[in-house]
Ligand binder design. Sequence first.
Ligand SMILES: [Zn+2]
Length: 44
Amino acid sequence: MAYICFSCKAEVGEEYTRIRVRCPYCGNKLLLKTRSDSVTVKAR
Ligand SMILES: [Zn+2]
């Protein structure tokens, strides 16, 4: 189960979401779950 950073689109491991949800690459706090229909994706 991984997440995608909403800002830089990097794949963020679940371990980064346990303590606090933050992208380790850019510091963005908004991550998208990669699982099925709960994912919000803006096309292109
Ligand atoms: Zn990021």
